[in-house]
Design a protein around this ligand. Sequence first.
Ligand SMILES: [Zn+2]
Length: 77
Amino acid sequence: MNCKDFMSCMEDFIDGDLGKKLKEECESHIKECQGCMEKAMNFEKCIEFFKCCMPDTKQPEGMKGWMSRFMTQCCGK
Ligand SMILES: [Zn+2]
């Protein structure tokens, strides 16, 4: 796994939606890659922030859309 792979599955990784193998690959990547670790942590904070501030956003699709937009702002990607 490289940084690009990690970025593309980070959302599912944090959501816990990844399969076991992919999850393990992500975990080993962020252990070795400070940059991705920080992005993942920022992203996780964003999600918590949204859960606190926007309790009405219950639909998974709505949430995902918000997260993607927020991730763009948070992570500058
Ligand atoms: Zn990386």
